[in-house]
Design a protein around this ligand. Structure first.
Ligand SMILES: Nc1ncnc2c1ncn2[C@@H]1O[C@H](COP(=O)(O)OP(=O)(O)OP(=O)(O)O)[C@@H](O)[C@H]1O
Length: 254
């Protein structure tokens, strides 16, 4: 369903010379598959999502998304929740919809499912960091995306808050059956979420290893099954883990 082949993606460096961010990157995802992209800082993960999402078209290569008619089929969630401070929680979610009665209904249902029923009319400034991410998660799903692009969406949250958000994400993903491309440099997070992990090399990024996962869900990043797999991977592929953060650097309180 999703077929990515990026031959070259460059940025101009300070002197204006091309700086290679991605090269020879091939990646596919089946409909409804949850794919995590893991790689060291600066290997091109955000660049990849920007290219796949059509936010950056200055690239040599192609991205095919079968069955998607428009940008409305692609949902995004970034490191920052990116909520409009002058809009209420409900209005922030409706912003990406046609605001039809059906969309309003869906937005409310998603926000209720995320435990936000009491703050539908509140402004984001009143909400904790974890609650703001839940609004962003509802906004990502409200358009019923065929493809969901997630760029370290749970970074800098405390561990229980991040785990709760991951569980909400998996629940919504299982309902929607969207294809997910989830970027992280936290291997335990990837092991807890993915159907398949694609490891990128250091810059310029390309896929150097694909790891299908068959662990039953739900999986906790600090659960025994994930820990065992993490240890096994560490032993088998120490080179891949150089530069990766395996402990979540989670600081913000719910
Ligand atoms: N707008 C830009 N202009 C110039 N260089 C850029 C730009 N955006 C990214 N780069 C460079 O491209 C490379 C890939 O960056 P990118 O942000 O995609 O990596 P990343 O894997 O997402 O990093 P991180 O994990 O630290 O967020 C890096 O060398 C970065 O410095």
């Amino acid at each position: 369903m999703l077929d990515i082949a990026i031959d070259r993606k460059t940025y101009p460096d300070r002197a204006g010379a091309p700086h290679l961010a991605l090269a020879g990157l091939h990646l596919t995802a089946a409909p409804g598959e949850f794919v995590c992209v893991v790689g060291p800082s600066g290997c091109g993960k955000s660049t990849l999502l920007n290219v796949v999402g059509g936010l950056d078209r200055d690239v040599e290569g192609r991205v095919r998304l079968a069955g998607a008619d428009s940008a409305h089929d692609i949902g995004f969630m970034f490191q920052e929740p990116r909520l409009m401070p002058w809009l209420t929680v409900l209005e922030n979610v409706l912003l990406v919809t046609d605001a039809s009665p059906a969309a309003r209904q869906r937005a409310r249902e998603l926000l209720v499912a995320m435990g936000l029923a009491d703050v539908l009319d509140a402004y984001p400034g009143r909400l904790s960091g974890g609650m703001q991410r839940r609004v962003a998660l509802a906004r990502a799903f409200v358009i019923e995306p065929k493809l969901l692009l997630m760029d370290e969406p749970f970074v800098s949250l405390d561990v229980p808050t991040a785990n709760r958000l991951r569980a909400m994400l998996v629940e919504q993903w299982q309902r929607s059956r969207a294809t997910v491309l989830f970027v992280t440099h936290d291997l335990r997070e990837a092991l807890a979420l993915a159907d398949r992990i694609c490891f990128l090399s250091a810059a310029p990024g390309r896929v150097v290893l694909e790891l299908p996962l068959t662990l039953a869900r739900p999986r906790a990043p600090d659960g025994a099954a994930v820990q065992a797999l993490h240890a096994e991977l560490l032993a088998r592929h120490p080179e891949l883990l150089a530069g990766l953060t395996s402990d979540p650097h989670e600081t913000q309180d719910e």
